[in-house]
Design a protein. Structure first.
Length: 74
C-alpha cells in the first residue's frame, strides 16, 4: 500500500504512514486530470505546428522564398 512521510518540524521526527483509501483516490483523480490536461496541451501544440507548416507552404506557393515566409510567420 502507498505511504506518505509525516515530519514533525518541532522534534524532527519523521513517521511513515499508509495512505487512506480517500487519499489514494484523490491522487489517482489528480493524475487523471493531469494526464488529460497534458494531452490537451500536446494536441493544441501539434495543431499550432501543423497550421504554421501549412501557412509556410501556402506562402511559398504564392512566390515567397522560404526565408521570406519564415520572416512573416516567425
Amino acid at each position: 500500500m502507498p505511504t506518505k512521510v509525516i515530519v514533525d518540524c518541532t522534534t524532527g521526527i519523521s513517521t511513515e504512514v499508509e495512505l487512506t483509501a480517500e487519499e489514494i483516490a484523490d491522487a489517482e483523480a489528480s493524475a487523471q486530470k493531469f494526464a488529460a490536461l497534458r494531452a490537451k496541451e500536446e494536441a493544441e501544440a501539434q495543431a499550432k505546428a501543423e497550421a504554421k507548416a501549412s501557412a509556410l507552404v501556402k506562402l511559398q506557393e504564392l512566390g515567397l522564398t522560404e526565408d521570406e515566409a519564415k520572416a512573416l510567420i516567425g
